[in-house]
Design a protein around this ligand. Sequence first.
Ligand code: GCU
Length: 674
Amino acid sequence: RTLATMLAGMATLTPGTAARAEDGYRLWMRYDAPAGAQIDVRGGSPTLAVAAAELRHGLTGDAGPVVIAAATDAAVAALRLPTAELGPEGYLVRRVTLAGRPVVLVTGNTDVGVLYGAFALLRHLGTGGTAADVALRSAPKIKLRVLNHWDNLDGVVERGYAGQSLWDWWTLPDFKDPRYADYARANASLGINGTVLNNVNAKAESLTAPYVAKAAALADVFRPYGIRVYLSARFSAPIELGGLKTADPRDPDVAAWWKAKADEIYRTIPDFGGFLVKANSEGQPGPRDYGATHAEGANMLAAAVAPHGGIVMWRAFVYADTDPDDRAKQAYTEFKPLDGTFADNVLVQVKNGAIDFQPREPFHPLFGAMPKTPLMMEFQITKEYLGFATHLAYLGPLFEETLAADTRVRGKGSTVAKVVEGALEGHTLTGIAGVANIGRDRDWSGSSFNQANWYAFGRLAWDPALSAEAIAREWAQQTFGTDPRVVEPAVGMMMASREAVVDYTGPLGLAHLMGTGHHYGPAPWVSDLKRPEWNPVYYHRADRQGIGFDRTKTGSNGVAQYAPAVATLFADPKTTPERDLLWFHHLSWDWKTQSGRSLWEELVHRYDRGVATVADMRRQWDGLKPLVDAERWQKTATYLAVQEREARWWRDASLAYWMSVNGRALPAGVAAPA
Ligand code: GCU
């Protein structure tokens, strides 16, 4: 480039670019109080130190004196506060009189509980509360609240849309980028207490000494924030790293190799959390390569980490050849018979739905079906099938819908949340995972609103009973300020957004209609891929007469995998929730829907509604221009324009295809696309 073009480029930089104060880097933790708060820290742990630093950052002098101390502190213990039910991670924040002085006390049974209390106090203040009225008490309902990073060792994030991996493997372990601590702060502010650093499609190399040392450096940064490090393990590592001939879990040499590997990891990372494993799925090696079961594979690894208090998260995301007629049935077919055979320190990690993180899926039939095994929920925070980083889709309602779904396995109220919390079957080892949407972008998640999905996952992991709307509101208040003229439209946009994506990509229970490989745009016409279940036509089964996947007795009978009370509902199109209609049924284009419209008319109506909702979101955001900083406003406005264009693309391409199949015209009154 010539000097002239370089200078011209520089001239277009906006003032203040260097500071980039509004680029979203600070996430929902935008507090920046002038010094003045009086923080009394009772205890000297690194965790209490970071809690104090956070409060100094966020509290003004008006808060009055704040004392942070574990409940074991003599002065706090003397108050006889109800701390027993807080467990090891809960917190209590309230006004008390300590040594004759009124103070705000932040306490918990452990220092990490205190840290969570500090963040709860900041959230209380950031959402319009005051120190005068503070009275907070909460304990997490799920034990392991974990992010899964699908980060490869070369820095590429699988299904990541926010830049390169945050982990700079090249400069670790020597250089600990300050950003790692900011990452830990953000997670701790939500109560996330674990992170799996590398992709489930794992390379054996991640278990070599140099990489374990790098993971250890990250663990050192995360430790004060209550976050443990886990690694994805490649099942064939004993062959690739250990030179063994087999990775058969029943082979004593294989078990011994893993035991030695676990011992080595724990020497370097004493509080290492354990392994996450994707086995015999999409080309990954696993126990089935040797005729052994998933349980035998998981238990062998579990035995290696058990002496150190570690756990194994074994994924149920498999689709092999067990049920060629219906991919949605396969995980259940393979895992259900293994219930009761997993070791005590194994959790089976199940995706929210039986296919793959679609904009909408009914809950996975495994929830409730393996009472003797702790089932860990796996949500996807990164929007692989919901428009990547560009489309605005707040996932709170998706998470909430799944957690609130009733499995009916022990009568009414046997919700998926209760299964995951362990409450239904009395498990104490419980967990929830979210596939992270975090990368090296300045705003971490690729857009301001994507940050809300990280936030919502963390908040629901702590308490699955929180409402998606309440979470949206508290996020918006902390992210854009508490002015209701901003907060209410932002919440309205968020709450409508995911349903809009469902409407313009696949309404009424349609799923998996995206382009292969990238999963971004529409491709319901694709039918020539190698494996039948990769093809969109496999899922929608549209022909001249009708559309939808028959999972009743006349089809794959996938409904039978649900408890009888649910199976009965899903077996009849009249009692199937309309949102899941074509997931379970193949129906005539003339089928009469609840609105009175024919199925064809209703589909068209919903595609249109999706586009209209996005147009409305744009209008609402335009109205916020004077109230939101220019940088975040502009990026969101630009992305909404992209989303509207692409919602039309989805609708028009999909309808054109359906019309080519059913030979019908657009219903009267619907204008053909311009
Ligand atoms: C999806 C995704 C893959 C991923 C897989 C998994 O299929 O497209 O990239 O590896 O899920 O969850 O293992």
